[in-house]
Write a protein that binds this ligand. Structure first.
Ligand SMILES: [Cu+2]
Length: 229
């Protein structure tokens, strides 16, 4: 059931998402201060608090309302650019995952190990177990180790899709013939859901992404489980 706690962001599970939420809050504070001031000035003008004597040829006022907005824009632009470049930074990924969008499912490859490949289809509503999320659960989850830098290479086999996981703060288009790259560190165990975010056809809404974060030991035994099959 939907709840009021769902109106904002999901809880961050990666450092980038933590910083994105902090930037959102910072920008929101600036917006509220600007809105308050502009609303006040507008109301004051409407009730004729200021006369033309205050505003006509008023060099001081014009200087302030030019310099101040420029300063406010810098307060938004500097942390924004900082985050933009930080998001692009890839240090030394411990695991590389390849995510390929198809009409209408995702397929995954772990090429660091022996060739692990599998498809990930949405679980249809009648097949859901109690407590599972409708339209978000899949048959084969992406399993990733926590506290390890993960690199995801994203592409598509047919049309443009988009690999998105809000709690991790990642979203990248999956484009045929092109590899896009994102990276993140998952800071806690859990299952994080996302959805294809580029309209890709009739079943666009039915190709969710489900990332399961586990500790390194569990990850290694999960990888080894493919060896026997
Ligand atoms: Cu898609």
């Amino acid at each position: 059931m939907s709840h009021w706690s769902q109106v904002s962001f999901q809880d961050a599970a990666s450092p980038i998402m933590t910083m994105l939420i902090a930037f959102h809050d910072h920008a929101m504070l600036v917006i509220i201060m600007v809105l308050t001031f502009v609303s006040y000035a507008m109301m004051a003008l409407m009730i004729n608090k200021f006369t033309s004597r205050n505003t006509h040829e008023a060099q001081a006022v014009e200087t302030i309302w030019t310099v101040l907005p420029a300063g406010i824009l810098l307060f938004l632009a500097i942390p924004s650019l900082q985050l933009l470049y930080l998001t692009d930074e890839i240090m030394e990924p411990g695991v590389t995952l390849k995510a390929i969008g198809h009409q209408w499912y995702w397929s995954y490859e772990y090429t660091d190990f022996f060739n692990i490949e599998f498809d990930s289809y949405m679980t249809s509503t009648p097949d859901l177990n109690s407590g599972e999320f409708r339209l978000l659960e899949v048959d084969n989850r992406v399993v990733l180790p926590m506290n390890v830098e993960v690199r995801v290479l994203i592409s598509a086999a047919d049309v443009i899709h988009s690999w998105t996981v809000p709690a991790l703060g990642v979203k990248a288009d999956a484009i045929p013939g092109r590899l896009n790259q994102v990276s993140f560190i998952i800071q806690r165990p859990g299952v994080f859901y996302g959805q294809c975010s580029e309209i890709c056809g009739a079943n666009h809404s039915f190709m969710p992404i489900s990332v399961e974060s586990v500790n390194t030991d569990s990850f290694i035994s999960w990888i080894n489980s493919f060896k026997n099959s």
